[in-house]
Design a protein around this ligand. Sequence first.
Ligand code: ADP
Ligand code: MG
Length: 686
Amino acid sequence: PRIVDDEEGGVLFLSSAASSSSSSGFGYGSMEKQRQRLPVYKYRTAILYLVETHATSIIVGETGSGKTTQIPQYLKEAGWADGGRVIACTQPRRLAVQSVAARVAEEMGVKLGEEVGYTIRFEDLTNTNTTMIKFLTDGVLLREMMDDPLLTKYSVIMVDEAHERSISTDILLGLLKKIQRRRPELRLIISSATIEAKSMSAFFQTSKRRRLEGEELGPRMEPAILSVEGRGFSVQIHFAEEPVSDYVQAVVSTVLSIHNQEPMGDILVFLTGQDDIDTAVKLLNEEAQSNGKNSSGLLVLPLYSGLPRAEQELIFTPTPRGKRKVVISTNIAETSLTLEGIVYVVDSGFSKQRFYNPISDIENLVVAPISKASARQRAGRAGRVRPGKCYRLYTEEYFVNEMSAEGIPEMQRSNLVSCVIQLKALGIDNILGFDWPASPSPEAMIRALEVLYSLGVLEDDAKLTSPAGFQVAEIPLEPMISKMILSSNELGCSEEILTIAATLSIQSIWVSGRGVQKELDEAKLRFAAAEGDHVTFLNVYKGFLQSGKSSQWCHKNHVNYQAMKKVIEIRGQLRRIAQRLGIVLKSCEGDMKAVRKAVTAGFFANACRLEAFSHSGMYKTVRGSQEVYIHPSSVLFRVNPKWVIFHSLVSTDRQYMRNVISIDPSWLREAAPHFYQHQPHNAIGH
Ligand code: ADP
Ligand code: MG
């Protein structure tokens, strides 16, 4: 690679380089000293003043400047948590919530779950009586509005990582703007790593509340903007000279060449998801074993959302002397988490993104190119402790001419079914007229309404049905899964469906990775059910229980032990929710027809039919006639039943269905007469 400048024509300077060195401060100075060394500390008084005097404050600052960990503490120190009030700080990612909460508890010297706590879906580590600072996902805060629409227990809500524009963040911003009108004493802080502050400010500007005469004491309604000057160091950018065909392989060779040629300093690699991260970790470790000289001293660690707590902690542990840490991460390390000691960044140029096409009514997770804004964020991770280097695995020509400037808000590339039902449950009836930070497409909105109507959760007048609509909204899962759970009540298979719902809400119950594919396939065969993956899950769950929840059993069967523990935990919670909703807990004792019907009742919109005479296993979606294939990880791969329903799609060279179950087409009309009424007769059933 050659050294070239960033498009601005100079070496990318992330802001004035300061003289101070690492802020990690391990082993020197107290925690308090460490806190004071963070860039945000100089703004402590200014931030507190702005929050005092403005309803909304927008705070922009480089990743690692201390926004997330410090501002909530400043607020607490200034009394915003007095009198039983709570300071909330939202994050788009669950892992960030856990990690940041743990860090703040440590800094304050308190036990996590008391003064400082966190809540993510299915995990609440807070104490109603003592928690003053609460970290939570933006999705969880949205859910809390169902019980407390004005979020009365919070004095300040900090919406963090707003630049990510996650769908929940955007909904939350729209709703908070409404709440503010009713609760002028509520303070909002919108924090972000990039300067998108102007549009954010404009969004909150329109909420200007006319001041009543004589009312001078309230906060100013126009948002304040504060920019925290970071102290990043220069980062040299290296582009690939030729386009890269296999970025996992390119990551491995780039890491090895940095390790062999560059001075000490940790490496942060951006890949797209658990699969390619596990692969890269494995290849690097193999390299370390076979080729001792080149790669000894490498400590290779994965970082992605499903990571167990113990492994998360390794990421933040200081690198042992004489070692070089290599963290291989999803874009969670782009801005959500700050890793110390990174000097080299390897950027694959891709991330996993959700895309939804309302015309074909298909949503999938796609490995897609990142934006220039993301590329700069990624590069910036190398300049935290001293001047660093960033290796981009794409050409400069590509960066300059083809990469888009900014990402598209998730709201505009998602299926809106969950979003619409949540707003409905909060009593927002005019969804098209809702004040969005970024408007979703009307087509996507209409599609969502149509599905919800077919699920029986919306009335003709687009209000939630009672009780079904409210029940579906209350279960903290996607509406289709919630509907499946409700239907299992009538079909007498709620115990089985709860297991399936819990399993579908985690990434995978299998241990995966390049090289173990054969063993994994064999293991799966032991559990494989002719009906499909959902029923296979039931077999694995049963086996796990019969083994006495043994980790050895998991190991032997290529089942992920952590994942199974999580399934048990989530299932327990869903069971309690189901009981609260009056669902009778009952097993169908092996009647898999009932189970498949319940799945159909929720997921009829994902029905597909095998193309006649198709030897390639091509299916078409019943609704949109889209070409889809069964994913090789499914137990129905190559079995190809005529009619199937999938849980989700992933797109690589083709659209692949993940988690597939076979059905009888006559169940579709039964489950959703409205949805399928316009289908030609030969399209479903005969
Ligand atoms: P920002 O939100 O502005 O990106 P943070 O508040 O997350 O910054 O991080 C500030 C500093 O706190 C980081 O530079 C890092 O040194 C430290 N830090 C944050 N989280 C952890 C953690 N889990 N373990 C150790 N140090 C951490
Ligand atoms: Mg942060």
